[in-house]
Write a protein that binds this ligand. Structure first.
Ligand code: SAH
Length: 349
């Protein structure tokens, strides 16, 4: 490792802000040695704040009906082979009951932009979950909505919102989305969510088509400036019914490298080792935690929904990926020295 890289890593570990070119130099310098050093610093930093705790979130995949046509996504509107479903409020409450009994204290409702979930319907679900489980956090990941809608959902009790920015590089964004989708609108949604008072998560796919270290440097700069409470990153994985069907998936190495850097940019950030990371490598979740992640999101959706919520092919949905496999997940985390805890797991500020 050359001196420049070593000093960049030290600066990052001291929480000094970096410039876009410096982030790019860090990415260009990725090798086993730099990855190891970053991971070591990231784990040290995370331990000071969160110890050896791993937070769990019960993921409820509420609908795979979507009005958008994101080019990479298996549930895009234009995929005629996707078998569509949506959960009813009662289905969601049943998932909540099951999850609560298993020890989950955060529920994440994620889905396509399904017009059925009007503010009226969704505020009913959020309020219903909070009424049944007042000690739990409710996180929404339901895409772009108006500021008024975000405000109403917050008023109904939603605590957190995940909206990946997907890429902070405007030109790259345009290559991953149809023309009717807007980079500026997505970024405005993120700002609105923050102003309203949500704990907010942004994030991006690693290794998506046309991504470069330059675009990733922009992602890192955006994260440094925006200061999200959560950041969801996982490898891009191709889906056979999209035009990216023959593109290579993102790698474990680059995903873990980025997890370490993001941990160092924001020591307290809630950082999941995602299902996509678990999908491309049998020890993906563990590798993510050992690179600096501190959250896992097992699946609480009903079995039939799980298979149909296919953002990408071969998505894991059994074993330690399933909420019902929590014992297995706990064992796997204990195996690398971490404890899965029953807690809301808010960001420590
Ligand atoms: N409609 C919501 C939820 C989207 S699904 C929203 O717009 O935020 C959650 C995330 O899955 C997306 O933000 C995207 O980053 C990721 N995703 C979609 N297709 C993917 C693929 N082929 N490989 C990996 N991740 C994918």
């Amino acid at each position: 490792m050359n001196d420049r890289l070593a000093s960049l890593i030290s600066a990052l570990a001291r929480q000094e802000p970096l410039a876009e070119e410096q982030f790019q130099a860090l990415l260009d310098g990725m090798c086993p040695e730099t990855a190891e050093l970053l991971a070591q610093k990231a784990v040290e930093t995370r331990k000071k704040i969160y110890g050896d705790s791993v937070y769990i979130r019960g993921l409820i995949e509420i609908s795979n009906i979507c009005k958008n046509d994101c080019l990479y996504c298996g549930i895009r509107r234009g995929n005629p082979h996707c078998s569509r479903y949506r959960l009813s409020p009662e289905d969601v409450f049943a998932c909540g009951e099951e999850g609560y009994a298993l020890g989950f204290r955060t529920f994440v409702l994620q889905g396509g932009e399904d017009p059925y979930f009007t503010d009226e319907v969704l505020t009913g679900i959020v309020a219903g979950l909070k009424e049944r489980h007042p000690d739990c956090a409710v996180t929404l990941s339901m895409g772009e909505r108006s500021r008024e809608s975000y405000q109403r959902l917050f008023g109904a009790g939603a605590d957190r919102y995940l909206l990946r920015h997907e890429t902070a590089d405007r030109e790259h964004y345009a290559k991953l989305h149809p023309p009717e989708m807007s980079f500026d609108r997505r970024m405005a949604c993120l700002r609105n969510l923050k102003e309203i008072g949500y704990q907010v998560g942004c994030g991006f796919m690693v290794g998506s088509p046309w991504q470069t270290n330059r675009s990733l440097a922009k992602d890192l700069l955006f994260i440094q400036d925006f200061k999200p409470d959560m950041c969801g990153i996982g490898p891009f994985v191709p889906h056979k019914d999209t035009e990216f069907w023959n593109q290579p998936a993102g790698t474990v190495e680059l995903t873990c490298y980025l997890l370490s850097i993001i941990r160092l940019i924001h020591p307290a950030v809630l950082l999941p080792a995602t299902t996509a990371l678990g999908t491309i490598h049998p020890q993906g979740r563990e590798k993510g935690i050992l690179a600096g992640a501190n959250v896992v999101m097992p699946n609480l959706s009903p079995e039939s929904a799980r298979k149909r919520y296919e953002l990408y092919n071969n998505k894991l949905n059994t074993g330690a990926e399933a909420a019902q496999g929590l014992a297995a997940l706990k064992e796997r985390m204990a195996g690398i020295g971490y404890q899965v805890v029953t807690a809301r797991g808010d960001i420590k500020k």
